[in-house]
Design a protein around this ligand. Structure first.
Ligand SMILES: Cc1cc2nc3c(=O)[nH]c(=O)nc-3n(C[C@H](O)[C@H](O)[C@H](O)COP(=O)(O)OP(=O)(O)OC[C@H]3O[C@@H](n4cnc5c(N)ncnc54)[C@H](O)[C@@H]3O)c2cc1C
Length: 455
């Protein structure tokens, strides 16, 4: 008989909906060993092919099973520089775990939770580095930039990461909340490992303003540049009332909380708390914004124009959100935001939707039901409708090609239209995932090494 998956302990939903501490508490060593013993060690392990950075999953799981945790950490470190983060936020259910043979008839091995356990339990061994001297600039300290910079430093390059914000980490810092990714115990630890490889991180430097890409080459002595600036430009619906007080993008709302620590009483950054909050959207960002608003004391609903089956957010996040008391209003789309004579939000006027024919993405497209408008009272409205890359760098760098969505055009290994300039992560793909950004950063590091050997 197939053994059931070992469930990791979680904070009680009633307790956690009032705090920002991490929801999932992870495995204890004996639980990790027990879970690892479920792996069938397939001859042709599909999980490895389904991991965007190709971690030797059966290899590290075999080591966990026998309690050789340091060895498991070394196996993971060959392919991933941010395992404590990926173990927490990767969409494993559609990647490694989605390809696990055990998942066909039962529950797949909890690969993400095992990766997280190993990273939390062990201090990763760093590789010896051999100085090559050449300077490489990385723009942006998100997963793409960190992975690229970490690999280049291991190869011996002199790497500096330039970050526009006052703290490093990209979305891992300003987007994903504490209760999914603790900053001090997890993100800072991973950043510490990257720094210990010799990578310098300069914050408060906006490339395209403080310094241009050309100045990095001409005045600062860099031989190559990697752009990993993400996709931080929020979209709005373009409906009446979006400029009322109390309407903001999920990026702004989450940045105020995660980067500026607005949820802490000893910080001065203001953020709206309490009242009734509507979050528009159905992705991970919408779930994070809604669960943050709930923790700040708001009665929170998610408004989404399709049904639960089409929600793009990870299933685990949807499950956690509904456990915590978030209301889901499906097949509903805002048409106007209503306010009072002082310009404050009072309600969202919505229309009911039904599903019509499949669109280009293969999902059935939502169609408004005529005459079905209704109002939902609200004090805050948070738009979580997706983001695109900020055009600052492409507009200040001659010859750097971008497509019509504002994404930098780059080859599979990150080469752009400008020699010596490489790019990857959300800045190239549009909003995607941590592991894809990391994979792009690592491929670009290899390509930069090849390029620097030729000049
Ligand atoms: C709220 C939220 C939740 C998410 N949840 C998940 C999840 O659960 N799982 C998952 O896999 N993915 C998730 N994602 C997506 C994932 O975080 C991103 O795909 C990933 O972070 C992209 O990495 P990146 O390095 O390309 O860019 P980013 O992480 O966006 O980092 C880019 C960095 O570049 C900096 N920068 C931008 N312009 C400049 C400039 N001109 N000069 C200097 N620095 C600059 C930015 O300040 C930022 O720090 C989430 C995204 C959000 C917004």
């Amino acid at each position: 008989m197939m053994k059931p998956r070992i469930q990791a302990a979680e904070q009680d939903p009633k307790v956690r909906s009032h705090n920002f501490e991490e929801v999932c508490l992870g495995y204890k060593p004996e639980e990790a060993m027990e879970e690892a013993s479920r792996c069938l060690h397939c001859k042709n392990p599909h999980c490895v092919g389904a991991c965007p950075v190709g971690i030797d999953i059966p290899g590290f799981i075999a080591a966990v099973k026998d309690g050789r945790f340091d060895e498991a950490a070394s196996v993971i470190a060959r392919d991933s520089s941010l395992p404590a983060i990926c173990g927490r936020v990767c969409p494993q259910e559609t990647q490694c775990e989605g390809s696990c043979v055990l998942g066909i008839k039962g529950e797949s091995v909890a690969i993400g939770k095992l990766e997280r356990f190993v990273a939390d339990y062990c201090e990763q061994k760093q590789c010896e580095t051999k100085a090559k001297g050449k300077k490489v600039a990385i723009v942006g300290s998100g997963p793409a930039g960190l992975a690229c910079g970490g690999d280049l430093a291991k190869m011996g390059y002199d790497v500096t990461i330039f970050e526009a914000l006052h703290k490093a980490g990209g979305v891992l810092r300003y987007g994903i909340p504490e209760f999914r990714l603790p900053k001090d115990s997890v993100l800072e630890r991973e950043l510490g490992k990257i720094r210990s490889l010799g990578v310098k991180i300069e914050t408060d430097v906006v490339i395209g303003r403080t310094l241009t890409i050309d100045q990095l080459f001409e005045n600062e002595g860099f031989s190559a540049v990697f752009i990993g600036t993400g996709a931080g430009l929020p979209r709005f619906m373009g409906i009446p009332g979006e400029n009322l007080n109390g309407v903001c993008s999920a990026n702004e709302f989450l940045t105020r909380n995660n980067l500026m620590q607005a949820f802490r009483e000893d910080y001065d950054t203001p953020v709206r708390t309490g009242g009734r909050c509507i979050v528009v959207g159905g992705g991970n960002v919408a779930m994070d914004a809604a669960r943050t608003a709930l923790r700040l004391g708001a009665e929170t609903s998610i408004v989404y124009r399709r049904t639960e089956a089409e929600l793009p957010a990870r299933k685990e996040e949807v499950h956690h959100a509904s456990q915590e008391g978030i209301e889901f209003r499906m097949l509903t789309n805002p048409v106007e935001i209503l306010g009072d004579d002082k310009g404050n939000v009072t309600a969202v006027k919505c229309i009911r939707m039904e599903l019509g024919e499949p669109d280009q993405s293969g999902r059935r497209s939502p169609v408004p039901v005529p005459g079905s408008e209704f109002e939902i009272p609200a004090d805050t409205v948070i738009m979580a409708l997706g983001t695109s890359p900020n055009p600052l760098i492409t507009s200040t760098t001659d010859g750097l090609e971008a497509n019509r969505k504002g994404c930098i055009v780059a080859s599979e290994d990150g080469a752009t239209s400008r020699p010596g300039v490489f790019a990857g992560g959300d800045a190239v793909s549009g909003a995607a995932t941590v592991i894809l950004a990391m994979g792009a950063g690592r491929r670009a590091a290899q390509a930069i090494d090849n390029y620097l050997k030729t000049i």
